[in-house]
Design a protein around this ligand. Structure first.
Ligand SMILES: Nc1ncnc2c1ncn2[C@@H]1O[C@H](COP(=O)(O)OP(=O)(O)OP(=O)(O)O)[C@@H](O)[C@H]1O
Length: 366
């Protein structure tokens, strides 16, 4: 496959062979079936003096491409840059224009940090290379405008038909909070709230969104069930804290998605532990091991454990995000790891369900 690059005299044959061998054998959490079986090889060339391997990738995974290059350097002493052009696969067919995949973020219990996690995951998927949108499905208590620092912003429409999403750090956002005052929405009853949500989803001018993160309202009542059925959700992620009560409610959340045949990609345990700023000691303030147990019991996986951290709280309260403010920090890296796993496992939902996947994969490695 790499022999076509041998004529590129600027790259030594031995280097091309080393890169090929590594590429053919590279496997990881993100690429368990091998990077060569998922990505499409485009070129191997010198760009600005660097050997550059160009690939087309079907899900957001920039950190993983960096890991690939780092390991190639440490194991084969070949230094390359991996240029991953993202062409995200649409996992579940639907007719909402401008969006490829919809991922629901849910929690059984309120106050577990679902919206905070949804916003940070949206930024993390963006950092992984995707174009991301976030839709606030909480009609009665929208919190996304505040978390994005856009509380006083109201939507406009360029074409007089569709609403333009609010752009924040290149994230496209929509919430009832951008349309009406909170007190006006709280008097709406169930059907009105569902209708309002349908309008937010369908009447926004989404553009080129690889992943739309939908922040569902807390709980597993009628509203959540209707939303989960009404929206062509490709997969869901459930947020919990390690407390027993939150875990019990998270279990109801997983059961709800199972009922409406929405695959649950996994559970994120938020406020999982606290690291002492002085001595670095890890303490499990709300218990330990619950998220893991819950995932096992319900046949899903623990996608990650996020710390209870003052900076997460302060950033959220100030309408900022750790991903934007401190992109190289530990917390940003943790969110990015989880985001990469979500994108990879979402891609595999397609893999598991559809015989067409093999066809696509074969076409990609041709
Ligand atoms: N990992 C964390 N560390 C510290 N504070 C956090 C963390 N996650 C969330 N918080 C804080 O917890 C509070 C509740 O978070 P958030 O509003 O995201 O919860 P929620 O589950 O979406 O709530 P609701 O049920 O109202 O929708 C916020 O003040 C937020 O800043």
């Amino acid at each position: 496959m790499f022999s076509k690059f041998f004529s590129k005299k600027s790259i030594a044959k031995e280097q091309i062979e080393a890169i090929e061998q590594f590429y053919q054998s590279y496997r990881s959490d993100i690429f368990p079936e091998g990077i060569a079986n998922v990505c499409q090889l485009r070129d191997l060339e010198i760009v600005d003096g660097n050997i550059t391997l160009s690939l087309t990738v079907p899900f957001a995974c920039e950190s993983e491409l960096d890991c690939f290059a780092e390991q190639l350097l440490s194991e084969q002493q070949v230094s390359i840059i991996v240029d991953g052009r993202l062409d995200v696969l649409n996992i579940k067919k639907h007719d909402i224009t401008g969006i490829k995949n919809i991922i629901a973020i849910a929690s059984g219990k309120g106050g577990v940090g679902k919206s905070t996690t949804a916003v940070n995951l949206a930024y993390a998927m963006q950092a992984e290379g995707a174009r991301v949108g976030i839709l606030d499905a909480d009609i009665y208590g929208p919190s996304i405008p505040k978390m994005l620092g856009k509380e006083d912003v109201k939507v406009t429409s360029r074409d007089g038909k569709l609403m333009d999403p609010i752009e924040v750090n290149e994230l496209a956002a929509m919430s009832i909070g951008f349309l009406v005052d909170e007190k006006d929405a709280t008097i709406w009853r169930g059907p009105m709230a569902s209708r309002a949500f349908g309008q937010l989803l369908n009447e926004t001018a989404w553009q080129d969104i690889d992943y739309l993160i939908v922040d569902l309202p807390p709980g597993t009542g009628d509203i959540q069930l209707t939303l989960a059925q009404q929206v062509p959700v490709a997969a869901a992620v459930v947020i919990t804290t390690p407390q027993d009560i939150a875990l019990a409610d998270a279990a109801k959340g997983i059961a709800m998605f199972n009922k409406v045949n929405v695959p649950v990609l996994g559970v994120i345990e938020n406020m999982s532990y606290h690291l002492c700023q002085n001595c670095g000691e890890k303490s499990h303030l709300f218990g330990q091991g619950g998220g893991e147990l819950l995932s096992k019991d319900y046949g899903t996986q623990l996608l990650g454990q996020l710390p209870l951290d003052i900076s997460i709280c302060q950033h959220a309260d100030q309408g900022k995000s750790a991903l934007v403010e401190n992109s190289a920090g530990d917390i940003a890296q943790q969110y990015r790891r989880i985001a990469g796993k979500i994108a990879a496992d979402l891609f595999r939902q397609f893999d598991a369900r559809s015989p067409a996947t093999n066809e696509i994969l074969i076409k990609q490695v041709d």
